[in-house]
Ligand binder design. Structure first.
Ligand SMILES: [Zn+2]
Length: 96
């Protein structure tokens, strides 16, 4: 395990995703380098893209005012997915 992987492993995957979502909601130009120990800006942008955190979702969440965007567990398959609100409980795969 590299030093970089060891630092990231100190945070749970859920906490890493929570920090990434919060940072993008918080700022148009978030400081990503110090956000998650061991992950650089490119790693974080890749992870944001992987969970489906798009500019559109971030913009809509800001317009709505109340932030409901969060990683939630799918009620059918239990996988974590980017949910747009408490009512959105099925991941994209199960929602088809
Ligand atoms: Zn599912």
């Amino acid at each position: 395990m590299t030093e970089k992987q060891a630092a990231t492993a100190a945070l749970s995957p859920a906490e890493v995703d929570r920090r990434i979502i919060a940072a993008f909601l918080d700022s148009e130009d978030p400081a990503l380098d110090a956000l998650v120990p061991g992950l650089d800006e490119a790693d974080i942008r890749r992870r944001a893209a992987a969970i489906g955190l798009t500019r559109e979702l971030v913009r809509d969440a800001r317009v709505a005012g109340v932030v409901r965007l969060a990683m939630r567990a799918c009620i059918r398959c239990d996988s974590p997915f980017l949910s747009v609100g408490p009512q959105n409980r099925l991941c994209r795969r199960c929602n088809r």
